[in-house]
Design a protein around this ligand. Structure first.
Ligand code: T1G
Length: 696
């Protein structure tokens, strides 16, 4: 008998099976074995007339055990499908009792029970698409039979979790109960008493019959437009279409075939890498286990500008009271106006309720008085990117904030060590770099100085997750993790322009690769006048003898700032962009100025030239300790810079592309652009040894 991971108790005529497999009751080999044995026991116990299946600890079953994927354990019988077959043919009433989350295989198992009940705070979903997969245990065949095809397509291609109230309305669950265990037992008893019979979900065909092919054509168009190269969403639509055009048995076979196809894909490997990378990034080596995060129950923000307002929304959305300070009432009013407007847009789009907007706004208290910040657990400075101003603020905060408060700067590149140097508590000083718009972008790049304490680090990493961000820890260095690499991506794009590529080609290649936006369009959106200012500030970091392309400066001199002036690399009419011969002429004049003979580039050459420098600089960040691990860099770029998650991140992509090729490209780039572009020792070693980042 395997170590029992499934508790078995009798409550009157109901057998209660509790899956105990922390942390999320994943359907490991041990759990599947335990479930098989417990169901057999219930079947043979004449006193048992119903079975309730629930999860121990904080949740129901969160899906197949991802850690077993690709291992022999995943082949151990009974498979999930075997358990489902037992359940779907079980001679006694079976009830899935859901709290926490029922996700992936967990929900698929519940869909083979006769009925499903959930507590109000529970959530259910089929998020396999986020792993480059599809629900491979009948989810694409059963869920649409309850929700209808269009809702089923939306839920499964998005992977979203839905609350139990919505699940009830859609028929995914049959009742909401106050207490997961007693409520489920009572539901079972009542169903027995009333002699209610349940039709197995797989036999309910009314919602998958007679569906017009146009529904799938429309879905493919809509989902395809957002997929940005992801393959799983389109395969999911094929499977749901099969639920409507084939028998249930054939549909299940079809789904299994398409699941195997996705399981073998590079995208599944990349997305699985990313799943663990995001969680690994929260683990900081070298910090003793007894160092615990401080509670963050109040937040002060200095600066009600775009960033400060967005950060205020982030904390308010997490239910944390915010005191928002600015220098004068006009700035404060303007900042709060932007916050209110942002919430209003979300309400009008239906993405949040009016109540949510009102409750979040009620948590934001504007003030002009620094004294009002003193008792907050953390203060985040989001003032101008000038060191003198930041030093003045932190010196003042040092004398004001309660002992133990965390003093954070949202700076995107200024030195945290230098900022901390004006305080008497450098251990409490840290960078918390949010990305604009701060209430939307997921990345929180926490930056430790040489003095930042372990407790401060652990606290801001935990805080990141608590406020719905994806935290990554950087050590203080120019540009931290993301922006330090970004200058090589945009820099090489501008050199490519000088050498003959066009803005259209570069942006087309970047978006074909899966980037949310190409580098030239990104420049136009951010505003190149701002880029010129920050490049002036960083000019000292360019070694003598090296140069940065002056194309951006030339465009700004010509009044071409980007979208804000309706012209930049492109000409804009509203949000629509057009090629602009005037911009091309400026680019060509730079080529001429530097005696560069322009030539054609293949798209593949542009792609390699754009992304290889990212990998090269990322390797240097691992080497010098700016980044703890390669996968942290992947997490930063996926969440802060729109790098396609289905490619795993720049470092994962580079390893697949070949570190030896990346190394050679770095040597070539150094020839062209200067020593900053040369490969570091780590990349050289790994390339020559034929190893990957795990040997870093
Ligand atoms: N398998 C194994 N480990 C898992 C896991 C899973 N399904 N889900 C989470 N973990 C680990 C995670 O790595 C972390 O480990 C710890 O649990 C806490 O996770 C046939 C094939 C459930 C909402 O995609 O969305 O079913 O870092 O930090 O924030 O069709 O975990 O502590 O060592 O995320 O409270 C489908 C993925 C699988 C759900 C909880 N299911 N998990 O969030 O904790 S494929 C999923 C989540 C499948 C079938 C297919 C979240 C969560 P460690 P956490 P959390």
């Amino acid at each position: 008998m395997a170590m029992s991971t499934v508790g078995y108790e009798i409550d009157g005529e109901v057998a209660v099976l509790t899956v105990e497999y922390p942390p999320v009751n994943a359907l490991s080999a041990a759990v599947r074995t335990g479930l098989g044995e417990a169901l057999e026991r219930a079947r043979s116990d004449a006193a048992v007339r119903a079975v309730v299946i629930l999860g121990g600890g904080k949740t129901f079953i969160a899906g197949a055990d991802i850690t077993e994927f690709g291992t022999d354990k995943s082949k151990v019988k009974p498979s999930l499908q075997d358990i489902q077959t037992v359940l779907e043919g079980f001679p006694k009433l079976t009830i899935a009792a859901i709290h926490g989350t029922a996700l992936g295989g967990g929900l698929e198992l519940a869909l083979t029970c006769h009925a499903r009940v959930a507590v109000p705070a529970a959530r259910v979903g089929l998020p396999e698409v986020n792993l480059g997969l599809l629900p491979g245990a009948g989810g694409t065949q059963r869920l649409p039979r309850l929700t209808g095809v269009e809702v089923g397509i939306d839920l499964i291609t998005s992977g979203k979790h839905i609350p139990s109230q919505q699940a009830l309305a859609l028929g995914v669950i049959d009742a909401i109960v106050d207490d997961v265990r007693s409520g489920a037992v009572a539901y079972a008893r009542e169903a027995l008493a009333k002699g209610i019979s349940f039709v197995p979900v797989i036999e309910r065909n009314d919602k998958v019959t007679g569906i017009d092919a146009a529904v799938f054509a429309a879905a493919r168009k809509q989902v395809g437009a957002k997929a940005r190269g992801k393959i799983a969403p389109m395969v999911i639509i094929d499977c749901i279409e099969a639920a409507c055009t084939r028998s249930a048995a054939e549909g299940l076979v079809y789904e299994k075939e398409r699941f195997q196809e996705l399981f073998a894909s590079d995208q599944r490997a990349a997305l699985m890498h990313y799943f663990f990378a995001e969680r690994q990034a929260r683990k900081i080596p070298g910090i003793p286990a007894d160092v615990k995060p401080k509670p963050i129950q109040s937040c002060a923000i200095i600066g009600a500008g775009t960033m400060g307002g967005g950060i205020a929304m982030t904390f308010a959305n997490a239910g944390i009271p915010v005191t928002l300070l600015d220098l004068d009432q006009a700035s404060l009013d303007r900042g709060l106006g932007v916050v209110r407007n942002n919430y209003g847009i979300s309400v009008s789009r239906g993405s949040i309720s009016q109540e949510k907007m009102d409750s979040a706004l009620a948590l934001i208290t504007p003030t002009l008085a620094y004294d009002d910040l003193a008792t907050c657990d953390i203060v985040i400075e989001a003032a101008l990117e000038r060191m003198d101003i930041k030093k003045e603020i932190f010196f003042r905060l040092d004398g004001l904030m309660k002992p133990g408060a965390i003093l954070a700067s949202n700076t995107s590149y200024l030195s945290i060590d230098e900022i901390a140097s004006v305080t008497s508590r450098p251990g409490d000083v840290v960078g918390c770099h949010f990305f604009s718009p701060a209430n939307v972008m997921k990345l929180l790049e926490n930056v430790r100085s040489a003095s930042t304490s372990d407790e401060t680090i652990i606290t801001v990493m935990e805080m990141g997750k608590m406020i719905g961000k994806v935290p990554v820890l950087a050590r203080n260095a120019d540009g931290f993790i993301g922006n330090r690499m970004l200058q090589y991506y945009t820099g090489e794009a501008e050199f490519l322009l000088e050498q003959g590529a066009t803005p259209e080609q570069i942006d087309r290649v970047a978006t074909r690769f899966g980037m949310a936006m190409g580098p030239m369009s990104m420049r136009d959106m951010a505003g190149m006048d701002m880029a010129v200012v920050s490049r002036k500030g960083r000019a000292a970091s360019i070694p003598a003898g090296e140069r940065v392309s002056p194309i951006v400066e030339r465009l700004v001199e010509a009044g071409r700032y980007g979208q804000k002036t309706a012209k930049g690399f492109y000409r804009y009419e509203g949000r629509e962009k057009f090629s602009d011969p005037e911009a091309i002429a400026i680019i060509e004049s730079v080529s001429k100025e530097f005696g560069i003979t322009r030539r054609e580039f293949t798209d593949d050459e542009v792609e390699a030239r754009l992304f290889a420098p990212l990998v090269n600089e990322g390797a240097k960040e691992i080497e010098d300790g700016t980044a703890i691990r390669a996968s942290d860099i992947d997490v930063a770029w996926v969440n802060g810079y729109g790098f396609p998650v289905h490619r795993g991140g720049p470092m994962f992509w580079g390893e697949k592309y070949g570190l030896d090729r990346i190394y050679q490209m770095a040597l070539d780039a150094a020839e062209r652009n200067g020593p900053r572009w040369a490969p570091g020792k780590l990349l050289e070693r790994l390339a020559k040894e034929g190893k990957g980042w795990d040997a870093a």
